[in-house]
Design a protein around this ligand. Structure first.
Ligand code: ATR
Length: 265
């Protein structure tokens, strides 16, 4: 790409930020679209100067990652419905000085599941943190039966109260799930031998979606696949949420151009 005086600067902020995939992912999207933009990673310990930074550098898009997904809300003028419901944003867009907060993790989750029929299906969700909330919100109007499993049962109970469904314990005998979604970090690099469902007997009829994107195939997905189940990895969601960020920032509708990225693995 050619950087010149018109190149638009975008940022991904978090702390730590060194392992963020957003700069490389956004660059591929900008290049494919011919956008004169660049995304850089910026480690921010606090957000005090964020507004000044956006104004001075005329930043269009800020991708937001941990630990700032909630604190960033105070620095936005307008919050999307998803942001209001989840109390978390992963995207700030600067529209002529008005800062809009969005949560494109929701679109990333929906895109990851778009080829599945969800209505009336039994869906097991592992975990009860911010990512689980985004899954619950993504599925809220889908008429699915949600089952929540979490190390701390009280948090699973809160999920069931907010998004519907029931809580389950580690003993999953007697349950039949069509879709299993992992939102916990269990199995993430470097702990690639861990799985949130040790000893579970996957079925070929099942779909297993792991939000973890490093490794691309977690132990959970490896075991599901070897049992013949359909698997979806976190790279699918990662790509889809970045595409949505670019759509929001530049007023584009481009998802169809990237369908090759969204196929299941
Ligand atoms: P995020 O906001 O990214 O979803 P989080 O809030 O830390 O991350 O939530 C991670 C979820 O994974 C939590 O539900 C956590 O369980 P607790 O509620 O008991 O803390 C779950 N989790 C994290 N590490 C885990 C582990 N080693 N075993 C089982 N569950 C784990």
């Amino acid at each position: 790409m050619n950087i010149n005086a018109e190149t638009q600067l975008n940022l991904v902020i978090g702390n730590p930020i060194r392992h963020s995939q957003s700069p490389a992912l956004h660059q591929r999207i900008y290049q494919a679209l011919g956008l004169n933009a660049v995304m850089l990673a910026s480690a921010q310990s606090d957000l005090n100067d964020l507004r000044t930074l956006i104004d001075r550098l005329n930043i269009k898009l800020i991708a937001v990652t941990l630990p700032h997904k909630t604190a960033v809300l105070a620095h936005a003028d307008i919050h999307s419905d998803a942001v209001k419901a989840l109390g978390a944003a992963n995207t700030l867009i600067n529209h002529h000085g008005i800062i809009h907060a969005h949560n494109t993790d929701v679109e990333g989750i929906r895109a990851s599941l778009q080829h599945l029929s969800i209505a009336q299906k039994n869906i097991l969700i592992l975990g009860a943190g911010g990512a689980a909330r985004a899954v619950g919100y993504s599925l809220k109007d889908c008429d699915a039966h949600l089952f929540w499993l979490n190390r701390t049962a009280q948090k699973a109970q809160l999920m069931a109260e907010q998004f519907g469904g029931e809580i389950v314990s580690d003993d999953l005998n007697g349950y039949s799930f069509d879709i299993i979604i992992n939102t916990t970090p269990v199995g993430m690099t470097p702990n690639t031998d861990d799985t949130p469902l040790p000893g579970y007997a996957f079925q070929p009829s099942q779909t297993v979606f792991d939000l973890i994107y490093t490794p691309t195939k977690t132990r959970l997905l490896r075991e599901a696949k070897s049992a013949g189940a359909h698997i979806i990895n976190g790279q699918v969601m990662m790509t889809a949420q970045a595409i949505k960020q670019v759509e929001l920032a530049y007023g584009l509708n481009i998802e169809g151009r990237f369908t090759f990225e969204l196929h299941d693995h």
